[in-house]
Design a protein around this ligand. Structure first.
Ligand SMILES: NC(=O)c1ccc[n+]([C@@H]2O[C@H](COP(=O)([O-])OP(=O)(O)OC[C@H]3O[C@@H](n4cnc5c(N)ncnc54)[C@H](O)[C@@H]3O)[C@@H](O)[C@H]2O)c1
Length: 451
């Protein structure tokens, strides 16, 4: 590195035009010393496994969550994570190189800061960026030279620029020299043991080539492979394509299921058969709707952004409208099935099996079951549910529904199978019980009718 300085020390301060300069070698800047290799901001379904994966790979990890309740759950080793992550957590909590904290001032002691906070939508399906904005503002406020900042929360295209790059520049940092910025969405599949986090390639875009290099080094600490794209925006858009692809295909599967029922064809037979084609087909399955923090939310970040630019996206819009309306479709179908047996929905007793949004996760976020329970109640039904993961659930109306202890004494007129956890025991079902199968895959319940 070189620097410019006056050749003589002036006794009186000369005018700038009188300065002569020469180039001299400056001593190399010492590399900043950090106490932690990486800080993870937000220790939820994604952030906690990520922090544990880094620690397992030998990194010194600062694990930051602003929620005292969440930190207490982690400290008590009771979060909803895989068995493998539980083993890692138990090891990490007893290790000096893993620090669980709520103190954001410590962020300046980490070489890299990974932001992993929620990006939900509100009741009007409008992106709610408040949490992400606040987390990024904190990160920028504590930024120090030499740090790498990586956004991993799913968001709109340009978000990394708006919430990290521009504010860091405004603080006087030169991106790619003083600090480094990248985007790399998480692809973790909570509750699924089929794909270890480490084995899934990370897609990453950097603000500059040097940012890319730094981010690549960080991700390769635990990820088997990193796929670099040409820009931050391309990396952001890749995540939106992945989840929009799923949303559109689930909407198509739902539509096919309705068509197949009308034509008296088994939709699961058809999907299984089509899946034998080794190219050009990927199976998606119909269901009662979608939940979790990705598919019901992420495409709305794209649609929201497109609306501002007056860009129409009719296929995505239609898919998201159908997905959002699916719980109402389930309730309509339940009402029809009951009335075909001469039972009115008002006063009917309906038991919902499984309320989490997918099997084997303790996650109610955006679960269609909540809307279904509320809507059945609004139509006058008496509702109950079975789910070993939840003692009670609170509906959007504020109503609290307690989980059933004894399904038989509830004497349901109709059982709606919403989610089948692996350990769910349905042996209590009596022959002749009216069952609507919203999973389409409960073939072991021969008397079921399909959604
Ligand atoms: N859950 C999934 O299936 C999944 C999969 C891939 C990607 N993602 C994306 O990952 C991101 C995180 O999702 P999640 O499911 O882990 O969220 P989550 O709700 O499970 O957890 C987020 C955590 O962040 C904490 N937090 C919020 N604001 C904070 C702040 N300012 N500082 C520190 N901690 C803060 C919360 O207390 C919470 O513990 C989202 O953008 C989501 O779209 C989620």
């Amino acid at each position: 590195m070189t620097t410019l300085r006056p050749t003589t020390r002036p006794l009186t301060i000369p005018r700038r035009s009188e300065w002569r300069t020469e180039i001299v070698d400056a001593p190399p800047e010492p590399a900043p010393v950090f106490d932690y290799d990486v800080a993870i901001v937000g220790l939820g379904y994604v952030g906690l496994p990520t922090a544990l994966a880094f620690h397992h790979a030998g990194a010194r990890v600062l694990a930051l969550d602003s929620s005292a309740a969440r930190r207490a759950t982690i400290q008590a080793q009771t979060p909803d994570i895989s068995d493998a992550d539980h083993a890692r957590l138990s090891h990490a909590l007893g290790d000096d190189s893993f620090r669980l904290t709520g103190d954001s001032t410590l962020l300046r002691s980490a070489a890299a800061v990974v932001v992993c906070v929620p990006t939900p939508v509100d009741h009007h399906l409008i992106p709610d960026l408040a949490i992400l904005r606040s987390a990024c503002a904190t990160v920028v406020a504590h930024a120090t030279e030499g740090q790498l900042f990586m956004l991993t929360s799913t968001s709109y295209v340009g978000c990394t620029n708006d919430l990290l790059l521009a504010p860091l520049r405004a603080r006087g940092f030169t991106i790619g020299t003083d600090v480094f910025v990248a985007f790399s969405a998480e692809r973790i599949d909570p509750g699924s043991s089929g794909f270890a986090q480490e084995d899934v390639t990370r897609v990453m875009g950097g603000a500059t080539l040097q940012c890319e290099e730094e981010a690549d080094k960080l991700l390769r600490r635990y990820a088997a492979d990193v796929h670099r794209v040409s820009s931050l925006a391309a990396a952001e858009m890749t995540k939106l394509l992945e989840n929009t692809f799923r949303a559109v295909n689930i909407a198509l599967a739902n539509e096919f299921a309705d068509i197949c029922r009308a034509l008296d064809v088994s939709v699961t037979d058809v999907i299984d058969a089509a899946s034998t084609k080794p190219y050009g087909f990927m199976p998606f399955y119909p269901g009662p709707g979608v939940g979790g923090h990705c598919i019901p939310c992420d495409p709305h970040y794209l649609l929201w952004q497109l609306r501002e630019q007056r860009i129409d996206a009719p296929v995505i819009t239609q898919a998201m409208t159908q997905i959002a309306g699916r719980p109402t479709h389930v309730v309509d179908r339940v009402q029809t099935v009951l009335s075909e047996r001469g039972i009115g929905i008002a006063g009917a007793r309906i038991l919902v099996v499984g309320v989490s949004y997918k099997a084997d996760v303790e996650d109610l976020r955006e679960s269609p079951a909540l809307e279904i329970l509320a809507s059945l109640t609004a139509r006058g039904a008496a509702v109950g549910y079975l789910d070993p993961h939840f003692a009670s659930v609170t509906l959007a109306t504020g109503q609290i529904v307690d989980g059933l202890i004894d399904p038989v004494s509830f004497s349901p007129d109709l059982v709606l199978v919403h989610t089948r956890h692996t350990a769910e025991d349905l042996s209590w079902l009596e022959p002749g019980q009216l069952i609507v199968d919203a999973t389409y895959r409960s073939a072991d319940l021969p008397e079921r009718v399909l959604l």
